[in-house]
Write a protein that binds this ligand. Structure first.
Ligand code: MN
Length: 412
């Protein structure tokens, strides 16, 4: 028995302002199906976060459709669990029907975990769980459960696991190795320390196919493993391999893990230097199209027309510009040119705002955003001249929308 363990596909994800669905994610899906042809696994385990959102875009759903159909056409078993980004109900739509095609998608948490026997191996599907869901009267009816670890432990203990068989679990949780947290990526939306479950809880399982953490790694033992996200979803993953995890089960005690390289449409490149140095590095590049590029500015003052000049050289490959910081906590760039309060007071409002913007987002506002800021300030100036009545409800103005646009974060 051989299977690919994948997770955190996040179909529909935006990378900065770029939609990856029709480009990188579709490319990856086709290369993955080729890898399935080349390595002939019996099954594919998808350990949650299939989609980036609970309400995925039509394009993201079509891509998942392509993946499931491609695997079904190749006669593979497919095991899917919902992650915290998925809607369990929507993901498991028509799942009863799909079982006839050997596609098994777990829905909401239930007392008996969905499990499927394939030869000597049993695949167990544990949807993303949280304590309240497991404690619920409709599941275990255990009001004493308060932590994620207790919840996972109780649910596993409630299963009738035949230990003579090889048991494979798919789970989407924040797993620790005896107190050691996994190496995180900034593309995860995980609150530090929340929902930790020690790997020992999964002791009854011979292999645990984990999702949730975006960096591939094992936790505690070789066979409790995060597959990691298939594509680069953040520059913090720049040195990480995106190879596929292929698991071969010879028997219960002999499980081998191989890493299979997969071609990506883009990988990441990060340049650090002054604007002039960055432009020079860009001019020397000959294979720009293969990368998504982040520029880290080391200038001690803010050079004019940063975005325009970088775009001239890097084109659409440039996805993000940020300010270099020695210490991640200090706001070195905005503070560097004007120390005193007097100087700060003399700075114009838009200059101050742009510095605030750097400090908050670590990004340089582009000309479009600067233009919007100008409009916003103009509007505020006009409004401040108007009579202000304290009893009067402040009208919902489009200033709010502009502020939100300027401080907008990428959809996570
Ligand atoms: Mn994820």
């Amino acid at each position: 028995m051989k299977f690919f363990h994948i997770s955190d596909l996040h179909f529909g994800k935006m990378f900065f302002n770029i939609s990856l669905t029709e480009t990188d994610q579709r490319f990856w899906t086709e290369r993955f199906l080729e890898a399935v042809d080349a390595y002939q696994p019996d099954a594919v385990v998808m350990a949650g976060d299939i989609y980036d959102r609970k309400l995925p875009s039509a394009e993201a759903m079509q891509l998942f459709d392509r993946l499931l159909t491609g695997l079904s056409e190749r006669g593979k078993y497919v095991f899917v669990i919902p992650g915290n980004h998925d809607s369990a109900i929507r993901l498991s739509h028509v799942s009863e029907l799909l079982k006839t095609h050997h596609i098994y998608i777990a829905g909401d948490i239930s007392r008996e975990m969905m499990h499927i026997d394939v030869g000597d191996v049993t695949f167990w599907l544990m949807p993303y769980l949280f304590p309240k869901a497991v404690a619920d009267p409709s599941v275990l009816d255990r009001q004493d459960i308060s932590s994620y670890e207790e919840a996972a432990q109780a649910l596993i203990q409630a299963q009738n696991i035949d230990r003579s068989r090889c048991n494979i679990l798919a789970a989407h949780q924040n797993v620790l190795a005896s107190g050691t947290a996994p190496e995180h990526s900034d593309s995860e939306t995980i609150i530090g320390g929340l929902g930790e479950i020690d790997y020992s809880v999964f002791e009854p399982f011979d292999y645990v196919a984990l999702g949730h953490i975006h960096n591939a790694q094992h936790m505690g033992r070789e066979t409790v493993r995060y597959a990691g996200c298939p594509l680069y979803y953040d520059f913090s993953e720049i040195n990480r391999s995106k190879a596929l995890t292929l698991v071969t089960v010879n028997d219960k005690t002999d499980i081998r893990i191989e890493k299979i390289d997969i071609e990506l449409l883009h990988t990441l490149k990060q340049f650090t230097g002054t604007l002039e140095e960055l432009l020079e590095q860009g001019r020397r590049m000959t294979d720009m199209d293969r990368y998504y590029i982040q520029c880290v500015l080391k200038d001690s003052y803010r050079p004019p027309h940063i975005m325009e000049r970088l775009r001239d050289v890097f084109g659409d490959s440039l996805v993000n510009v940020k300010i270099f910081r020695e210490d991640a906590r200090s706001v070195s760039y905005p503070a560097a040119d004007g120390g005193s309060r007097k100087e700060a007071a003399q700075r114009s409002l838009d200059e101050s705002f742009l510095q605030f913007y750097h400090a908050m987002t670590e990004e340089v506002a582009d000309s479009e955003q600067e233009k919007l800021l100008g409009l916003l300030l103009e509007q505020q100036e006009r409004r401040s001249g108007e009579y202000y009545d304290e009893d009067k409800q402040v009208p919902e103005s489009d200033s709010q929308e502009l502020i939100e646009f300027l401080l907008k974060e990428d959809g996570q």
